[in-house]
Ligand binder design. Structure first.
Ligand code: NAP
Length: 440
């Protein structure tokens, strides 16, 4: 490695989630004379792995070890607590680096767009999941859980995560890294009824069978569904979808046999019901839904509505990326228009910022690796020797960059503070992280 070698390719990746890390891995595995700086606005790395993946799905979070290996490569550097657009502009990064990759994910909730969706008590899944996972943006959200009924809108795996986290007991969450404030709020809540509402049918639902099956194994919560909503046949669906959909229907058939009186909390899974209005004065008191029917390959409104009472509504209906000054953005789709990951000369995009909020963690691997391959094939070093550029700007402008070693200190403190079999006790405020680093 030669930092000021004019043949060194300098790449900045904005965002340290899975897509950013797989891109970094693809770059350093396939090139020697390269330096990759992974920039993140939080002092901590890993994006959705830390702030989005459900706290009781620790095996999924195990992929952090792979990203840690990439960070251990001498040509990779993590620069945390550095926000592009606040501390440094995209234009400045593009000036300093031979290529820049946007890997900022899709951190914003898509709005329902129905009357009342701005009432107190409507909390989108980005915020709600961020809250229970200790994301610094949402750690102080304090959603009101002193409610008897919660409506979770959507039939994807995020909706399943939210109802499961709300339904599990302290014992069931013992081996998770659920934040202690969320754990206390959930256990002290008055929730008796949870709703998971899909606007289409059980076959079209996007959740997967393993995740759906977990809803049938909850200690204090019984999953219920009206047997009349479950079709006998899958209908005309792509062959590769048949195994998952078959298992989904089997789980639902088992839930339809359950007795509502079995457990203190009931999870009502309802299909063909699309939200049309959020009820209540300033605060949510209920949700109006319209029954839908299937016709000519489409789900259409029937005009028949029904109301459910609820004090909290969590729409889990997808996410939008944040625009970034200096890069073309498609507001409607909430992503950066690109051609196979390329936005324009020397500017690339990966992950949810590239393709929208779809796929699993693993989907980001070919995505990031493919863009890395493309960068190595078409970008040549400009010999600008940008080494230390961001550190210089940080000292001139007075902001503080955190390193990967700093993250390891934060992680060590979190592991040390963990109770019982929990893997860590998360620190959720940036100030607290920086104070801890000052003391180390
Ligand atoms: P998703 O899978 O796309 O599901 C979104 C749900 O919201 C769909 O049921 C959709 O219905 C519904 N929806 C959208 N707009 C709506 C509206 N206006 N009114 C009512 N319903 C609406 O998204 P997600 O659950 O947010 O998950 C995002 C990605 O992360 C997915 O790829 C998911 O598989 C992945 N993920 C995976 C895991 C895991 O592997 N354990 C966990 C969490 C997330 P339609 O289908 O009718 O559009």
């Amino acid at each position: 490695m030669s930092e000021n070698d004019s043949r060194t390719l300098w790449v900045a990746i904005i965002g340290s989630g899975p897509a950013g890390y797989y891109t970094a891995e693809g770059l350093v595995k396939n090139a020697e004379n390269i330096r990759v700086d992974i920039v993140d606005r939080l002092p901590t790395p890993y994006g959705l792995i830390r702030g989005g993946v459900a706290p009781d799905h620790q095996s999924i979070k195990g992929v952090m070890r792979r990203y840690e290996k990439t960070s251990g490569n001498e040509n990779v550097r993590f620069l945390g607590n550095l926000e592009v657009g606040r501390d440094v502009s995209l234009a400045e990064l593009r000036e300093m680096y031979d290529a820049v990759v946007i890997a900022t994910g899709a951190p914003n909730d898509r709005r329902l767009g129905i009357p009342g969706d701005d009432k107190a008590g409507v909390v989108g899944s980005a915020a709600f999941v961020g809250w229970y996972n200790g994301h610094p943006d949402f750690a102080d959200l304090s959603p009101d859980l002193a409610v008897k009924s919660v409506a979770v809108i959507g039939n994807g795996n995020v909706a399943v995560d939210v109802v499961r986290v709300l339904a599990k007991t302290t014992g069931e969450m013992a081996a998770s890294d659920l934040t202690s404030y969320a754990s206390h709020a959930i256990q002290a809540s008055a929730i008796e009824d949870l709703w998971m509402l899909g606007r289409r049918g059980p076959v079209e639902a996007k959740f997967t069978h393993k995740e759906l099956g977990e809803l049938g194994e909850l200690e204090n919560c019984v999953a219920l569904v009206d047997a009349g909503q479950i079709p006998d046949e899958l209908g005309d669906i792509p062959e590769k979808a048949i195994p998952v959909k078959t298992k989904n229907l089997n789980h639902l058939r088992a839930f339809a046999e359950n007795d509502a009186g079995d457990k203190p909390v009931r999870l009502h899974i309802a299909f063909c019901a699309r939200p049309v209005e959020i009820l209540g004065d300033k605060r949510v008191t209920g949700l109006r839904l319209e029954k839908t029917r299937f016709e000519d390959g489409k789900y259409l409104g029937t005009g028949k509505t029904f109301d459910i009472e609820c004090g909290l509504i969590v729409p889990c209906i997808g996410y939008l990326s944040d625009p970034m000054e200096g890069a073309t953005f498609d507001e409607g789709r909430g992503l950066f228009p690109n051609e196979d990951g390329k936005i324009e000369d020397r500017l690339y995009v990966v992950g949810w910022a590239r393709r929208g909020p779809t796929g699993t963690i693993g989907t980001n691997r070919p995505d990031g690796m493919g863009v890395a391959e493309r960068i190595l094939a078409e970008v040549s070093p400009r010999g600008k020797a940008c080494c230390g550029g961001l550190d210089r700007i940080a000292s001139e402008r007075g902001f503080r960059i955190t390193s990967f070693d700093d993250w390891k200190k934060i992680e060590a403190a979190e592991i040390k503070a963990a109770q019982g079999v929990a893997p860590r006790a998360k620190i959720s405020h940036i100030e607290e992280m920086l104070t801890l680093l000052d003391k180390c």
